[in-house]
Design a protein around this ligand. Structure first.
Ligand SMILES: [Zn+2]
Length: 302
């Protein structure tokens, strides 16, 4: 066990995943995750849906993760798709500051462009101003269509709004965007999807070519076809393909901790000091068990 790597997946939508996923992730070495707020696959129709969703990201979901020995953090923001409903977007922007101070909120995200519409631009800029005022890290979703232009525009707008590029994680990179992102001093995250975009073989070559500084691997696993074990699988593949252990640790653990740990809420001691699992614990009188035998591990055994 001494060789087992600790892994952080800094972009995963656990609300859409199962308890089996949590168990497999913990077994694969994932010690901490970051769940960005995003859309549900269909548009929300009222501000209360956002409110309940944000509340679950700072309440129920961290509890659920803890029941499987994983530390859960999140990012809060108005996602790009739903910025296009301006009447609703205005209300969501008002809501955001109520959540930024919560103990597991490590950044504003995931925000940015989808179709690069004027409304997306307006609310992206508004949230960047909030980030600058509050000195918060930003997690940027780059568009899947017109990727390169959208990525460059995202960075230019961040600079225009006075953000320090080292406080901005540009996500969903590929071989076409990575050089620009690193050259400008931003942090480049890569989403490893099982069938599309970046595969993990390609990720190995990116690290071989660009090194490990300012590069982060994530899964973005959600309700679509995706893999919650993408980060540990990529880490193993990197090691088997001759990438140094040091570079694997940086890209699959340390860089995410450094980038999202800046506001002091995400700390290694949270998982190094993990006292084990006690599935008898409740959150608002609710457990994850559905009548099954609770697992009790580590110091929680008395
Ligand atoms: Zn996402």
């Amino acid at each position: 066990m001494k060789d087992k790597l600790m892994i952080i997946d800094p972009h995963i939508h656990m609300t859409s995943r199962t308890t089996d996923d949590y168990e497999a992730m913990a077994a694969a070495g994932i010690v901490a995750i970051i769940e960005p707020s995003f859309w549900l696959g269909q548009p929300r129709t009222q501000v209360g849906s956002f409110q309940d969703y944000f509340s679950s990201l700072v309440g129920w979901e961290p509890f659920r993760a803890s029941q499987f020995g994983i530390k859960h953090y999140c990012t809060i923001g108005l996602n790009s798709k739903e910025a296009n409903n301006e009447a609703l977007a205005e209300q969501v922007i008002e809501l955001l500051p109520l959540y930024f101070h919560k103990e597991n909120v490590v950044a504003i995200g995931e925000i940015g462009y989808d179709d690069q519409t004027p409304a997306e631009d307006k609310y992206f800029r508004m949230q960047l101003d909030l980030a600058r005022e509050l000195n918060m890290t930003v997690q940027v979703h780059t568009p899947h269509r017109d990727k390169k232009a959208g990525t460059i525009k995202s960075m230019e707008v961040c600079l225009e709004h006075g953000l320090d590029p080292s406080n901005v994680i540009i996500d969903h990179n590929n071989e076409e965007t990575v050089k620009e992102v690193l050259d400008r001093g931003f942090i480049a995250a890569f989403t490893i999807y099982p069938k599309t975009k970046m595969g993990n073989e390609r990720m190995v070559e990116v690290v071989r070519k660009y090194g490990s500084t300012n590069i982060i691997v994530d899964s973005s696993a959600d309700w679509g076809v995706s893999d919650p074990l993408a980060v540990p699988k990529t880490a193993s593949l990197m090691l088997s393909k001759g990438i140094s252990r040091e570079d694997v640790i940086k890209t699959c653990y340390q860089n995410a901790l450094d980038a999202f740990g800046k506001n002091g809420k995400m700390k290694e001691e949270h998982w190094l000091g993990n006292k084990g699992i006690d599935q008898r614990e409740l959150f608002n009188d609710n457990s994850v068990l559905r009548g099954q035998e609770p697992k009790i591990e580590g110091d929680k055994i008395v």
